[in-house]
Design a protein around this ligand. Structure first.
Ligand SMILES: C[S@@+](CC[C@H](N)C(=O)[O-])C[C@H]1O[C@@H](n2cnc3c(N)ncnc32)[C@H](O)[C@@H]1O
Ligand SMILES: [Zn+2]
Length: 286
C-alpha cells in the first residue's frame, strides 16, 4: 500500500484516520489491519454481502480486458474524468484495469484506489499501476474512505451504494457510472441458445437514475453511449461468457462445445452508457 494513499483511508470500525503502511494500518484507538502479502489492505468488518468474483471469473475478465476489447470504455472514462483532479477510486473495480488506464491518461499525476470484495481481483488490482492501491471493502457497508476524499469515482458494471459514494466524493468531483445497454453483447444470446445467457434489463437506466437521484445529478444531459464492434476469436468469446453474470450457471464444457460451432472471428457489439454525475449539495435525503 502506498503511504500517500493512507491519508485517504479511515478505520472501518471507529471511522478514525488510519496511519501506518507498508505492512499494516492502524487507528489511534488500536484497531489494526494487516496488509495481504499480495499488497491490498483488508478493511472490511462483519460479514460480506457478496463473496466477490471467484478465481475463474477474474481470470476470464483479465484475459478479455488484456485483449483490448473494452479499451473503448477505459478511453471514455479517461475523457470524462479529465476535468477533475485528485484521487481516483474505482468502486467494484475488479482487477484495476480501467483505473490504471485512467491514471495513465491524466495530465497531472494522480493516485488511484480499487475497492472490491474479490481477493483474486484485488491481487491483480494491487499491482495494476505504480500509483494505485487496493482495498478489500464491501460496497454495501460504510466504505473505509474519509469524507469527500475522492476527486473521481468510477463504477463500471458493478454495484453502487449512492449514500457512500456521495459521502466519499469531493463536492467538486464527479461520479462516472458505466452500465450495459440492451445492445451489449446481444449477438451472443441467439448464437449460444443452449446457455441461457442473461439479458440486459431495459429498465436498468431508469432504476439507476432513481437510486442515484437523491444524491447525484447527471451533468451530461443525455447518457453517452459507446458502441464498439468486436471481431472475436473463440477463446475470447469463452472469456466474455465466463467473466459475466451468466458464468455461475454455465458449464465450462457446454460453453466450449457451443462456442466451437461459432464462426471465427465472431462479430459482437459492445455498447455501454457512461453517465457523469456531480454530487448534490446537500443531498435530497440522508
Ligand atoms: C462485473 S465485475 C466489474 C469489475 C470492473 N469494474 C471491470 O469493469 O472490470 C463486478 C465487480 O464488483 C465486485 N463486487 C460485487 N459485489 C461487491 C460488493 N458488495 N462490494 C464490493 N465489490 C463488489 C466483484 O467482485 C467484481 O469485481
Ligand atoms: Zn479504529
Amino acid at each position: 500500500m502506498l503511504a500517500d494513499l493512507v491519508p485517504h483511508l479511515r478505520c472501518p470500525v471507529c471511522h478514525c484516520p488510519l496511519t501506518g503502511a507498508p505492512r499494516s494500518l492502524r487507528c489511534h484507538r488500536g484497531h489494526s489491519f494487516d496488509l495481504a502479502r499480495a499488497g491490498y489492505a483488508h478493511l472490511a468488518t462483519g460479514r460480506l454481502t457478496h463473496p466477490g468474483d471467484p478465481v475463474a471469473m477474474v481470470a476470464a475478465r483479465e484475459t478479455f480486458l488484456a485483449s483490448g476489447g473494452y479499451d473503448f470504455i477505459s478511453a471514455a472514462l479517461s475523457a470524462a474524468a479529465a476535468p477533475y483532479s485528485g484521487l481516483v477510486v474505482d468502486v467494484g473495480g475488479g482487477t484495476g484495469h480501467h483505473l490504471a488506464r485512467v491514471l495513465d491518461a491524466r495530465q497531472q499525476p494522480a493516485l488511484g484506489l480499487t475497492v472490491d470484495v474479490s481477493k483474486p481481483a484485488l491481487r491483480r488490482a494491487a499491482r495494476a499501476h505504480p500509483r494505485a492501491g487496493a482495498v478489500l471493502a464491501d460496497t454495501w457497508r460504510a466504505l473505509p474512505l474519509r469524507d469527500h476524499t475522492a476527486g473521481v469515482l468510477l463504477n463500471v458494471f458493478a454495484p453502487r451504494n449512492p449514500a457512500e459514494l456521495h459521502r466519499t466524493l469531493h463536492p467538486d468531483g464527479a461520479l462516472l457510472v458505466v452500465t450495459p445497454t440492451p445492445a451489449h453483447l446481444a449477438e451472443l444470446r441467439p448464437a449460444l441458445p443452449g446457455l441461457r445467457l442473461l439479458t440486459i434489463d431495459p429498465t436498468k437506466p431508469t432504476r439507476l437514475a432513481a437510486t442515484l437521484d437523491p444524491w447525484f445529478c447527471a451533468i451530461d444531459t443525455t447518457t453517452t453511449t459507446h458502441t464498439h464492434q468486436l471481431a472475436l476469436p473463440r477463446p475470447l468469446i469463452r472469456a466474455l461468457v465466463q467473466m459475466g453474470p451468466s458464468a455461475a450457471h454455465t458449464d465450462p464444457s457446454a460453453l466450449a462445445a457451443a462456442v466451437a460451432d461459432l464462426p471465427e472471428p465472431f462479430p459482437v457489439t459492445a455498447a455501454v452508457h457512461l453517465t457523469r454525475y456531480r454530487p448534490r449539495q446537500p443531498p435530497r435525503c440522508g
